[in-house]
Design a protein around this ligand. Structure first.
Ligand code: ABU
Length: 487
């Protein structure tokens, strides 16, 4: 114990080398369009290549450095301009610097004493996001992803109506009713299961042909659920559905919630960033009337996983009363500073990542205008692609996009003109998975596909990365055409 048990000099030397590898393999290659997006390996081959087994003895630095290179080389390059697979993509250098800072600090923003800068940054970033929602006061906390933010909303809504549920649980509550659209995120069902409300008590409200909740159907569902003896509690409207990118009509939904005294939550995990654009913020008209909002800057703002803000209109301390337990080893009330800055008790988590830092540094780097410009660029890129899809042979739109989700089928020549045949849709449903397999094996690009309701598998193209150029978008369509032509 007389000497440190770590070789600090060797550790620093190792890190220097790792930084170089990160820069070359993780940053430069990840953003270089001439590189592959992914290097497909079958799982068993990958297990062997990576030599995953953990042994009794450690390995030397050279071997470990090679392992770092392999992790980067054999992983998917989500920062690549031809990665369109998820609602997140791209690599922002400032935000990445924020992630490095967060990892290096290795602290939890639960108390001001262990994370003074990070607590104040979180406070500032949340206030700014709330301002964009249209609230001059309120509360909030960063959560580990949009699903958790949605679940926090459900829990706080139940607590506000039934404060005793916190201590007594669900056993003497009425049967509750939760409402969300058919296109809402699956986390509402998961949350109902996790919180003991029950997935049978989530009522999925019909949507129109564009995927938007129909307010009249919400009203009917509320009436039906009431007539059955349940107590409606919570409505989740979605601003930017996962697949179609639909925006529910918030004002009409807010009117219904006000009439029935229901909590209105807006899941704006995907579409919330449109609030930064003067041109697009109308999509969320009425959001200021909600009780809570989920907004994931790790999606459209390219902040990096994960960065999900749970925002609350209430400024009476509801979040603290709902989740706070006041652990005496963390949240001592007799500290020498303002203990209202020990914000971690508002969260059900104890250890929590400081996800506000990377957004703060990105915001400082590009400003509110720069963030809004990114959203508008993504929107403009989608419009360009839309025009191309309309012009090109074999492409068929699922619908005109309202936002950034461009959904379309590719119909190979062998199926063209056969739209009236009974097997057409079955056959078409196999095309997107076949093209996707080919593109992943080739490593040329990645894009998502899914069926939706009665619609067979179609591609969902998402552009969030400002590094994507017209050439990348032309390549994207050329590649689908080439990979799908002979099917
Ligand atoms: N939270 C839904 C994300 C799924 C996707 O990236 O497509």
């Amino acid at each position: 114990l007389d000497d440190p048990g770590l070789d600090i000099a060797a550790g620093e030397e190792f890190l220097q080398e790792v930084f170089q590898i990160l820069l070359e393999e993780g940053v430069q290659k990840s953003t270089d369009v001439t590189q592959k997006v992914c290097e497909w390996k079958e799982p068993q081959e990958l297990r062997e290549l990576m030599d995953l087994e953990l042994r009794s003895d450690g390995e030397g630095q050279e071997r470990l450095l090679q392992r770092c290179r392999d992790v980067l080389r054999l992983s998917v390059r989500t920062g690549h301009p031809r990665f369109f697979n998820q609602l997140f993509s791209g690599l922002d250098h400032h935000a990445l610097a924020g992630r490095f800072l967060t990892e290096t600090l290795n602290t939890s923003p639960y108390t001001y004493e262990v994370a003074p800068v990070l607590v104040l940054m979180e406070e500032q970033v949340l206030a700014k996001l709330r301002e964009l929602v249209g609230w001059s006061s309120g509360d909030g906390i960063f959560a580990p992803g949009g699903s958790m933010s949605n679940m926090l909303a459900m829990n706080v809504a139940r607590f506000r109506r039934f404060p005793e549920s916190r201590s007594r649980g669900n056993w003497d509550l009425p049967r509750l009713g939760l409402f969300a659209s058919q296109e809402s995120h699956y986390s509402i069902l998961k949350g109902a299961a996790l919180l003991g409300i029950g997935t049978d008590n989530v009522h999925l409200v019909r949507t129109d042909e564009r995927g938007k909740m129909i307010p009249e159907e919400l009203e009917k569902e509320i009436q039906r659920v009431k007539a059955e003896g349940s107590e409606p509690l919570f409505v989740c409207a979605t601003s930017g559905t996962t697949v179609l990118g639909a925006f529910d009509p918030l004002d009409a939904i807010a009117d219904i919630c006000a009439r029935h005294g229901l909590w209105l939550h807006v899941d704006a995990a995907w579409g919330g960033s449109a609030l930064l654009s003067p041109q697009l913020r109308h999509l969320l008209a009425g959001i200021h009337r909600s009780d809570s909002v989920t907004w994931n800057p790790h999606k459209l703002l390219m902040v990096g996983l994960q960065c999900s803000a749970f925002l609350l209109r209430d400024s009476s301390g509801l979040l603290q009363r709902c989740h706070g337990v006041g652990a005496s080893y963390l949240f001592q009330q007799d500290k020498f500073y303002d203990v209202s800055l020990d914000t971690g008790d508002k969260s059900p988590q104890c250890g929590r990542r400081a996800d506000g830092l990377k957004l703060w540094i990105l915001w400082k780097a590009v400003g509110t205008r720069g963030l809004g410009w990114r959203v508008e660029r993504a929107f403009a890129a989608t419009r360009y692609l839309l025009e191309q899809v309309k012009r090109r042979e074999g492409f068929q739109l699922v619908m005109e996009p309202e936002f950034i989700n461009l959904c379309f089928w590719f119909i190979p020549p062998s199926l063209q003109g056969q739209e009236s045949s009974p097997e057409f849709w079955d056959k078409l449903g196999k095309v997107a998975p076949a093209i996707k397999e080919k593109m992943i094996r080739r490593g040329s690009m990645m894009v998502g596909y899914q069926p939706l309701g009665s619609r067979v598998n179609f591609f969902r193209q998402i552009i969030t990365n400002p590094a994507v150029t017209r050439q990348d978008l032309d390549f994207f369509l050329d590649e689908i055409q080439e990979l799908g032509w002979d099917l």
